[in-house]
Write a protein of this length. Structure first.
Length: 323
């Protein structure tokens, strides 16, 4: 089983974004020391839910501070970036890290980002497959060209070239089928439980060896009751304004998830509790879904030192039970 951390860099009340980003690098360093396999970094814009607008940049800093741990993006939003430019960044990180970097990409949402970065709703709604195919070609190790609806350019060499297989965030059956058709692993979000994950894996086909990754929430305490209580007390202060920060680019309605209800769900379906409970939860999810690679959000308490303590305790008490 492969266990990593999932870095959102959420902004809790009273915190300063630059300090949160610096802390996030320290979490990744601590995760390497604690025995985690990798660290995956989220991308968000213009909101307190996550204050990292460039996971590739944060990954580059973390690569320079570590020697073993894998780094990944969870995810780089493909709808607001040029696929070839993103491939160039991924190739650089691949070479600079000695092969420790994995590019995770996703379609993103219909947010104001599309307006700010000029890519627009049309490409978001109809161009993801073309963008993904261009990205895959640009990471095939050879030259790249395009003659599609959204991208057209003459053949150019990729410098530096790299052979990489991106991971695709999947939240719908259509995206699952897109990833499966290209043989790309899925990244499944922390908002769904075992049954929904298993259904998406079944839809994908190909068995458990496809290399899928599942995100989750993790916090280890002396008892499950204590862990749940502490997260329920801390997380809504971040999730409330954080989730409300998603602003649609048009006038489509958006239902804002209730923060307290969301925390209740997350603490029930993910490894939150005693060390034994955390290990049992991950082993059960692996058995139910066939997924054996998990990336866990460890910053739910909102305080830097408590996040470091959670990482170290999880590494000392839970990881040995999984290996």
């Amino acid at each position: 089983m492969r266990i990593g951390i999932f870095v959102v860099a959420g902004l809790f009340p009273g915190q300063e974004p630059g300090r949160v980003l610096a802390n996030a690098v320290e979490w990744i360093v601590a995760a390497e020391e604690a025995g985690f396999d990798d660290a995956w970094i989220a991308e968000h814009h213009f909101m307190p839910y996550g204050v990292c607008p460039s996971p590739a940049t944060l990954a580059a800093v973390a690569i320079g501070r570590t020697t073993r741990i894998g780094l990944g993006t969870a995810v780089s939003v493909l709808s607001t970036q040029h696929p070839v430019a993103l491939a160039e960044q991924a190739a650089m990180l691949h070479h600079l890290s000695g092969g420790r970097f994995t590019l995770g990409v996703g379609r993103g949402g219909p947010w104001v980002d599309l307006e700010v970065f000029g890519t627009g709703l049309e490409r978001y709604e109809h161009g993801f497959a073309e963008s993904l195919d261009l990205l895959v070609e640009a990471l095939s190790g050879g030259p790249v060209s395009a003659d599609g609806e959204f991208f057209r350019f003459r053949e150019v060499p990729m410098v530096p070239p790299a052979r990489m297989r991106p991971v695709v965030a999947c939240t719908s059956e259509g995206t699952v089928e897109l990833a499966a058709a290209r043989g790309l692993p899925m990244l499944l979000g922390l908002h769904i439980g075992d049954d929904d994950k298993a259904a998406l894996v079944k839809r994908y086909g190909g068995g458990a060896g496809a290399g899928h990754v599942a995100a989750g929430l993790a916090y280890v305490a002396d008892s499950t009751e204590e862990a749940v209580r502490e997260l329920k007390a801390a997380m809504p202060a971040w999730l409330g304004p954080g989730l409300a920060g998603y602003v649609p680019v048009d006038d489509r309605p958006r239902k804002v998830r209730d923060a307290a209800e969301y925390v209740d769900l997350l603490t029930r379906i993910h490894p939150v509790g005693s060390a034994a409970h955390c290990a049992e939860t991950l082993l059960r999810t692996a058995e139910n879904t066939g997924i054996e690679h998990f990336v866990l959000l460890v910053e739910g308490l909102g305080e830097h030192e408590r996040t470091l303590a959670n990482i170290r305790r999880f590494g000392a008490e839970v990881l040995p039970l999984l290996r």
